[in-house]
Design a protein. Structure first.
Length: 193
């Protein structure tokens, strides 16, 4: 009887893994934390993880437990609950530059031409790779704390808007907005001429 139950659990786990195969998860940081009690210290591990589908959805989570694998599991589960969608241009880069700030952490994200790659460090790289961005230039100034850097990166990504959503808000066609973006460099010449 016990063996049948174990097999049933294994089948369920296999199905969960198949469903979760669409997501990739990256461990960003593990920290050992201690609580001082009467008999000494109690040690736990805090994990920070990023989860994404590399198609425009990404999330992050934190987990704390007495063992490292359990902390990582908790962090990835929380990350899957906090997924957000970010519009990507041509499925490879951001639509426009973005600034994000969280605490003392400041982040600048810039769209890049094809072939640039992901030029970003540490926690920002994990977020952008999980998101599915292939060409981006990013810079972190201020705090190098991974928690602040990830939250600042998410703040910057929350501000991303696609031309379709901007056109819907303004009551214009997408072609009008995209044409303005491409003609922005030649606008001063048109005024002079």
């Amino acid at each position: 009887m016990a063996r049948e139950n174990d097999r049933g659990r294994d089948r369920k786990r296999g199905k969960e893994e198949e469903v979760d195969n669409e997501f990739i998860d990256k461990l960003v940081h593990i920290n050992r934390v201690a609580k001082t009690v009467k008999g000494g210290r109690n040690f736990q591990f805090a994990a920070l993880a990023v989860v994404g589908d590399q198609k425009g959805r990404v999330g992050f989570g934190q987990g704390k437990a007495r063992e490292v694998p359990e902390a990582i599991r908790k962090a990835t589960e929380e990350a899957k609950k906090t997924l957000m969608r970010v519009p990507l241009r041509e499925g490879r880069t951001l639509h426009h530059d973005a600034h994000g700030r969280w605490g003392a952490g400041k982040v600048i994200l810039r769209a890049a031409p094809p072939g640039t790659g992901v030029i970003a460090g540490g926690p920002m790289r994990a977020v952008l790779e999980s998101l599915g961005v292939q060409d981006v230039v990013a810079k972190s100034t201020g705090s190098s704390n991974p928690y602040n850097m990830i939250r600042a990166t998410f703040e910057a990504l929350k501000g991303q808007k696609s031309p379709r959503t901007v056109a819907a808000k303004r009551g214009l066609k997408v072609g009008d907005i995209v044409a303005r973006r491409n003609d922005g460099a030649s606008a001063p010449e048109a005024i002079e001429g």
